[in-house]
Design a protein around this ligand. Structure first.
Ligand code: COA
Length: 182
């Protein structure tokens, strides 16, 4: 399935499709609407990396990454981070691997830019995306940001291998991750 997935820059041609993406109504408190993210991308053009997620030509989600921000905002330049700012998989499109694809795509872009970790934040609590992030290998850093939990994926070692076996629906997943403290 992954070969059908791609990211696209937001353009006049796909702007309406992007802002029309909606998460489930019960998830609206978990993530800002796409239109707000695009307004932020306009204000922070050097930092924000907004992309439409397409399955073939069908818009299924939106992500916005951030690159090289001074995390604590104190101007010392000692804690520069990159990561995933927003992730909205559309109502009716969840549970099909699009969220995983989004995280892997941002990880690849950070690696390409020479980074070794992917930071993100999420709304803690029931019904939120914590299980999604922890399942992908994120570790809680113990920090909070704007009331959200902060998680980090170590890109030096994180690697997923998935293969389809001839048995329909059977999937084998091997995960290699760094030892504690590596
Ligand atoms: C959280 C979200 C991004 C997940 O996207 P998705 O496309 O449904 O996730 P995937 O299909 O790629 O799932 C990948 C894995 O995570 C698991 N998973 C997905 N959502 C989960 C959740 N809420 N809790 C626990 N596990 C979850 C899947 O079962 C799958 O596991 P598997 O590989 O072992 O089968 C999506 O539900 C969403 O947009 N939620 C609303 C907004 C939000 O919370 N955004 C994230 C923070 S800004």
């Amino acid at each position: 399935m992954m070969t059908t997935l791609c990211l696209r820059e937001i353009t006049p041609a796909n702007f309406d499709a992007a802002i029309g993406l909606r998460v489930r109504p019960d998830q609206e408190h978990l993530v800002a609407p796409v239109v707000k993210s695009l307004a932020e991308a306009y204000v922070y053009p050097g930092t924000a990396w907004p992309r439409l997620i397409l399955d073939c030509d069908r818009p299924v989600g939106f992500l916005m990454a951030f690159f090289d921000i001074d995390w604590k905002g104190v101007g010392t330049g000692t804690d520069i981070r990159s990561g995933l700012w927003r992730l909205n998989i559309a109502d009716g499109e969840q549970g099909r691997g699009y969220g995983r694809f989004a995280v892997e795509s941002v990880a690849a872009e950070i690696r390409h830019r020479g980074g070794t970790r992917l930071t993100t934040t999420w709304h803690p609590g029931t019904g939120g995306p914590e299980g999604f992030h922890l399942g992908l290998g994120f570790r809680l850093t113990g920090e909070t940001s704007g009331g959200q939990a902060v998680g980090e994926l170590d890109l030096r070692w994180a690697l997923w291998i998935e293969c389809e076996i001839s048995q329909p629906g059977l999937r084998v997943k091997l995960r290699f991750s760094s030892p504690e403290g590596a």
